[in-house]
Design a binder for this molecule. Structure first.
Ligand code: CP
Length: 321
């Protein structure tokens, strides 16, 4: 996977997903050491290019790069020439001219990482693009389920919430389906895209039916800043119907786990009690995010820029000299 862009789970094969998860399992041990650092990416440069806010993804890509001894640059949009109207492409090409070995991109517009991947010499990792995909989130979710359940194949995974606008839902639907799980999606009809069944999932508007017999119940963040009044009458009604608490969870399997990508709207998608206690594995997801992103960086940026790119740059430089 050296030099490969990681733009979505849709593009990854089952073998590639399994390779990433196995690599992440090996990376987990590094995080338990007293000195949490190995020289694997020493001399490599990674750029975090986040045009949208992030706590978990940006920080864990930074920690992951540093644990592998890479030099990590966090590009700050607010203090950059973006504020002087420099375009997205000019910004990205300018950073690419400084020869990074990987660029990690988050943007509110779907497809931006793909556009950048087409013009940048460095491999691009999608850290979330609009409502399209969030591949590293789905991979860390798969890693967490594998850790908790010992397998993915044959499990029943219920994803609850705004399926229509969620990049996490889309990436997880692809990921869990490719690894052989049954995926169910649940929410108000306004949040379930027409034709979602074509992705191989089962669609539910009744939460009890969706949860019945599930091994994994994943609640998604409700984007209250954008959605109240658009997709459901009120937050209170959403919480009463689709918010997860212990009473509703009893319809799942006795040993079911509860997941959430964060940030959690407490008392909306999850009760306070469930957000903080088992069977919730939210902080395991966060912890696994570092190992998973170490694996991605190791696999993608282990030997520098996209295949052929370093050679062609060297040849151009030699020709010019
Ligand atoms: N899950 C997730 O993407 O969280 P952040 O927005 O904090 O990165």
């Amino acid at each position: 996977m050296i030099g490969r862009d990681i733009l979505g789970i849709e593009d990854l094969s089952r073998d590639e997903i399994e390779l990433i998860l196995e690599t992440a399992e090996r990376m987990q041990e590094i995080g338990t050491r007293e000195v949490k650092k190995v020289p694997t990416l020493r001399g490599r440069t990674l750029i975090n290019l986040f045009f949208e806010p992030s706590t978990r993804t940006q920080t864990s890509f930074e920690i992951a790069g540093k644990r592998l001894a890479a030099d990590v640059v966090n590009f700050s949009v607010g203090s950059s020439s973006v504020t002087k109207r420099e375009t997205l492409l000019d910004t990205a090409k300018t950073l690419d001219a400084m020869d990074p070995d990987c660029v990690i991109v988050r943007h509110k517009v779907a497809g931006v990482p793909h556009r950048l991947a087409a013009v940048l010499g460095a491999p691009v990792i999608n850290a979330g693009d609009g409502a399209h995909e969030h591949p590293s989130q789905a991979l860390l979710d798969l890693l967490t389920v594998k850790e908790q359940k010992g397998r993915i194949e044959g499990l029943t995974v219920t994803i609850i919430g705004d399926i229509a606008h969620s990049r996490v839902a889309r990436s997880n639907i692809y990921g869990f389906s490719k690894l052989g799980a049954e995926v169910r999606v649940a929410g108000p009809p306004t949040m379930l895209p027409v034709g979602i069944e074509s992705l191989g999932v089962k669609r539910y508007t009744n939460l009890r039916e969706a949860i019945e017999g599930a091994d994994v119940v994943m609640a998604l963040r409700i984007q209250m800043e954008r959605l109240e009044g658009a997709c459901f009458p009120s937050v209170r009604e959403y919480a009463a119907t689709f918010g997860l608490d212990r009473a509703k969870l009893r319809f799942a399997k006795e040993d079911a786990i509860v997941m959430h990508p964060g940030p959690v709207n407490r008392g909306v998608e999850l009760s306070h009690e469930l957000a903080d206690h088992r069977p919730s594995v939210i902080l395991d997801q966060v912890r696994n995010g570092v190992a998973l992103r170490m694996a991605l960086l190791y696999l993608v940026a282990g030997r520098g820029r996209k295949a052929g790119e370093a050679e062609s740059r060297a040849a151009r430089a030699a020709g010019e000299a």
